[in-house]
Design a protein around this ligand. Structure first.
Ligand SMILES: [Zn+2]
Length: 129
């Protein structure tokens, strides 16, 4: 899994009002081990997306919020595209997670043109970020 996906998951927690995001949350969301999640959060801190506060968790900085928001919009645009295949909402999110870090800016621009005006992604999350 790539850093972008971890950052998006942290942003999702932030969007839901969670200020500190611990390894348990990330592990549960992505179905990975706590150790892997912990290492990913340390890496996000190193990449200047926020800080990891021991015993509290990861907290996003301004840069992390900006990039996290951008990645979330990309994820949701990809979901709109995958929805055309009539997959279950669960599957759509999983598949979008699998490819979100590999989609080119060119394709994202095309998705923006096609789905950019939609209110929500197929799972009902806002596209107006
Ligand atoms: Zn969605």
């Amino acid at each position: 899994m790539k850093e972008g996906t971890y950052l998006r998951i942290v942003y999702k927690a932030f969007e839901n009002g969670m200020h500190f995001v611990g390894p348990s949350y990330v592990a549960k969301e992505l179905g990975i081990s706590k150790v892997t999640a912990y290492e990913a959060l340390l890496k996000l801190a190193k990449m200047n997306y926020g800080s990891y506060i021991p015993k509290k968790g990861f907290v996003l900085n301004k840069n992390g919020i900006k990039v996290g928001k951008d990645l979330t919009r990309k994820h949701r645009l990809i979901e709109c595209f995958l929805a055309e295949l009539n997959l279950d909402a669960d599957r759509i999110c999983k598949e979008a997670t699998n490819i979100e870090c590999f989609v080119s800016d060119f394709l994202i621009e095309a998705l923006e043109k096609r789905y950019g005006n939609k209110e929500t992604c197929p799972c009902g999350h806002s596209l107006k970020l």
